[in-house]
Ligand binder design. Sequence first.
Ligand code: NAP
Length: 288
Amino acid sequence: MSDVTVIGLGLMGSALARAFLAGGKSVTVWNRSPGKAAALEAAGAHAATRPADAIAASPVIVICLSDYAATGMMLGADGAWSALAGRLVLQLTSGTPNEARTFAARVQAHGGACLDGAIGAWPGQIGSPDASIVVSGPQGLFADAEPLLKLLAGNLTHMGEDIGHASAIYNAGLAYFAGHWIGFAQGAAICAAEGLDVAKFGETMSGLSPLFGEDMRAMGRIVAEGEFGNPESTLDTVHADIARLAALSGELNVSTEFPAVAAGLFARAAAAGHGREQPAAVVKVLRA
Ligand code: NAP
């Protein structure tokens, strides 16, 4: 028996397996395309030829595949589902909260136990104190898995017993990052059109990151408490700024799609009477 099995050796799964090896664990790996196991074998891992054998090799099974459909295909082969009996599965594949709940129920039906995790780190950060993993599922299982998970991420959070909640927070974070990635690219295109050094734009924005952190904390409190009064900058002001950004983008021959969507949401919130409130009041037009 090895200490842990890692199934899926893509960019993230390979980083997870390497971090376990660096932490002194014996590791079994499996990947659909066998070539990806070679580098890990050279680093000391044992490569199994079938998912069922990889699962049989360790008490703890880490799965990190593209999605839940891939997980289903992998476990559908050669009695792999049945091999999960008595195993603790750490499902680190991204999905939706209901996919996590359905998967955990199926693992339990086969006699296994399951935690769901969402990774908040790039592969190069895995194993560092900055890497973050949010886990949900039974507290007792989390306590069992914690020493192994700590080898992957210094910043480990148990989100509670509802196994869907790690995935919920991952998707909530993804909503933020969708805006971050497109917003940065929009800014980069504006800088380039104005003849500015885009690398300097990145440095400037990075300098503002402590303020963003404080803004996220404040927005979380404002929305949770439903207290949208006393803004330092009103929703109307933010709406006017973003409408101007859309116009500027058009002038510079940069796409207006993203600022137009943002301006449209703020316009809707202003029309609904929230113009003198906190910009966070835009959440009121996002709720069905
Ligand atoms: P990736 O490099 O594209 O690797 C995907 C893995 O899934 C490969 O091992 C691939 O096998 C396997 N796979 C896909 N379809 C399969 C199937 N039908 N049967 C068996 N195996 C299958 O992706 P990744 O970056 O490692 O991401 C893996 C998971 O980690 C995703 O859920 C992702 O959201 C999550 N994640 C990644 C990052 C990141 O920065 N990369 C960050 C946070 C979370 P082959 O090698 O045979 O194609």
